[in-house]
Design a protein around this ligand. Sequence first.
Ligand code: ZN
Length: 141
Amino acid sequence: MGIQEYRLVKEYLIKIPHDADLLLAIKEAAIRLGVNSGTINVIGALKKAALNYYLQDKKTYQTLHFDQPMEIASGIGNVAMKDGDTIVHVHLVLADKDGRAFGGHLAEGSRVFAGEVWLRALSPAMQRKFDPQTGLNLFDI
Ligand code: ZN
C-alpha cells in the first residue's frame, strides 16, 4: 500500500464546450490551470461515448462504443503526471434513454453534449509509473 498526503490547492468548476472530446477537454483544462495532481467529478451528457474495459489477462484495453446520446450519471477520476505528460484518468457510469447503465474507463471519442466538471487541484504533483504486475501506469507512491 502506498499513501501520500496531499494538500488542497484550489477548486474549479469547468463548463466543457458542446461537441468537445470529453477526455481531451478535461486534459486541456488541467494543463491550462497547471494542475499536476488532482481529483475530478463530472456529470452531463454525451452525444456518443467510448469506454475502455481493461482485459486483465491480456493487459490490453478493449473499447466499447455507444453511438447514441448517453447521460453521464456519474464520473470520477484524477489527474497525475507520467514522463512530463498530464494524465487524466476518469471512470464513467453512463445511462441510456431507458435508464440502463454502462460503465468503464473514459476513452477519446466521447463527444460532449453538455459537461460540468469539478476539479480539485492538489499538491505536490502525483507521478505515475509503469507497474509490470498489472501492465498499468499506477500511482508512484
Ligand atoms: Zn481506468
